[in-house]
Design a protein around this ligand. Structure first.
Ligand code: CU
Length: 316
């Protein structure tokens, strides 16, 4: 196993609707997904430096919702600092032939020149569905302290910092077998707590420079084989993001997301997708901050346009 702890960097996006490229396709086979690896190439097939070229990429599964939110599942997400992840054969993320998927890419060219003809190569390893013994089902986990689908999840804090938290109720029981997070500059830590007891179930800390710049967030792999905090259906949990800034300046545009890998006790009890839920529909037809241009964007009919590359949105 290499980089397994990075798998929890899944789903660290900044909310739907801000992407430059959107590709829509059908997943081809029944598999247990076990890894992903992204490489970028220039028009001559030379490797491009990912952090200087791409801000983030997300693979969306329109046929399954997130564990906490009615929004579309983020199968994997890769940011400027995350390129690949892999989990052992004993676990797998179930993907079915025909699943309706989308790939969103947000470019962020840090160089001072245009880069033409960029190719993106996303490689995913998988086990066959009939693998024996059957892997433990794992799915992405994401908890956001300030979730506002389609409108961005950022928030401001007063001079000195403070915390922002949100309470959620689990709909399905299971174990959080790995956790990581996403914080902006001046971020200090993210915690997952049991509301009734106050007990801290998971904690990830920011790697900070003395000036408060966040260079990364620690992550923990609690155990692929049955350890890690057990979250119980019907019970309330709190996600907390803590920020510590300078005593004189407000903190603008903070974020707090815990991402991880969740193994449901019974996958049959996974919350059912509601295709009419407005938060689900945002990924199909993003609006929010781009409301002014939304009307001019292609309306995606998930049954008709599979495999078709959509035009980049015209915003910027
Ligand atoms: Cu962010």
């Amino acid at each position: 196993m290499h980089g397994g702890s990075k798998m929890m960097m899944m789903m660290m996006g900044h909310g739907p609707g801000n992407e430059d490229v959107r590709v829509h396709f059908r997943w081809p086979a029944d598999v247990w997904m076990r890894s992903f690896d992204l490489k970028l190439f220039d028009k001559n097939h030379n490797r491009l430096n990912q952090p200087t070229t791409m801000h983030h990429l997300e693979l969306l599964n329109f046929d399954r919702r997130q564990v906490l939110y009615p929004m579309v599942e983020r199968v994997c997400g890769l940011g400027e600092e995350t390129g690949s992840a892999k989990v052992p054969k004993s676990v797998g993320l179930p993907l079915d032939a025909g699943m309706d998927m989308g790939l969103y890419v947000m470019w962020n060219n840090h160089t001072d020149r245009d880069i033409e003809g960029v190719t993106l190569q996303l490689t995913m390893e998988y086990s066959p569905r009939n693998l024996v013994p059957r892997p433990t089902i794992v799915l992405p986990f994401k908890a956001d302290v300030n979730i506002h689908p389609g409108a961005g999840d950022a928030f401001d804090l007063p001079p000195g910092g403070g915390s922002r938290s949100a309470v959620f109720t689990m709909e399905v029981s299971g174990r959080l077998i790995a956790a990581g997070g996403h914080l902006h500059d001046f971020g200090k830590e993210l915690r997952l707590e049991d509301v009734a007891t106050g007990k801290v179930l998971a904690r990830v800390r920011a790697d900070r420079k003395p000036n408060g710049e966040v260079t990364g967030v620690s992550h923990g792999l609690y155990g692929i084989l049955g350890r890690g905090p057990h979250l119980v259906a019907g019970r309330q949990y709190r996600i907390v993001a803590v920020y510590e800034g300078s005593p004189t300046d407000s903190i603008r545009g903070a974020m707090g997301l815990m991402g991880g890998i969740f193994a449901p006790d019974d996958y049959a009890k996974w919350p059912k997708l509601d295709r009419t839920n407005p938060d689900y529909l945002i990924d199909l037809n993003p609006k929010g901050r781009m409301g002014a241009v939304a009307a001019g964007r292609p309306v995606i009919d998930t049954r008709e346009t599979a495999g078709e590359e959509m035009k980049p949105p015209s915003h910027k």
